[in-house]
Design a protein around this ligand. Sequence first.
Ligand code: G1P
Length: 254
Amino acid sequence: MMNAIIPAAGLGTRFLPATRAVPKEMLPIGARPALDIIVDEARAAGAEKTVIVISRAKELIRRYFEDAPDVAFAYQEEQRGLGHAVLQAAEAAGGGEPGRTLVLLGDALVAGCNASSLLAETSAANGGASAVLLEHVPRERISRYGIAAPRGAVPPGPGPLRIDGIVEKPSPEEAPSDLAVAGRYLLDNAIFGFLATQAPGLKGEIQLTDAIRRMAAGRPLYGYVSPGRRLDIGNPDGYFEALCAFREAAAKGE
Ligand code: G1P
């Protein structure tokens, strides 16, 4: 069984004052809120149920999905990191049962492909292993992302590869590659056990990256170098880029 979790409880400080009126995840991409596009991505990849993690200040999101029978909610009351947000949805997402869970960041869109479907295919082709979406990033942006440690050669173009682990926001000197985790994860449900015992890491937060690295010590982990483009709608520049990318895709009939 596969369910999905979409963390969407962040404060939206990079997009003030707009986020005082509307959560960044609900900004329109054409006629649809970004989060609506992300929920559909999870459905198309085979998620039976999607749990959106929100805060009390973001009830608007709950109202928008009121009539969707396959969408549920969990609350993150304190900002304690991405891993902590995902953990709040564990019960609602059936994390105690064997299976896999898609994690889709609510402020990241991927134009040009269904990234979650690519992860689902990679996992299925490798005995149900965990897989994360990756993107090459320039050296000066390495320290903003989780960076993967590839096992062996990196494919020249998009495609799957085996990875040994991920490091959260390393310096370019310490980074094991230029492959950044790009907002989409398909994780074995064992991740919830690792998250429950995860000590705070960078910035004193419970990092999803740290729990994935611990899980990868005993279970296979794959990456998929994205054929699409990750768009960060959490800030005005990224949002404008997303609007342009989706308009281009619509014009091409994608
Ligand atoms: C989070 C993750 C990071 C990942 C990034 C983009 O960072 O911690 O590993 O590369 O999302 O998917 P954040 O953007 O929340 O700082």
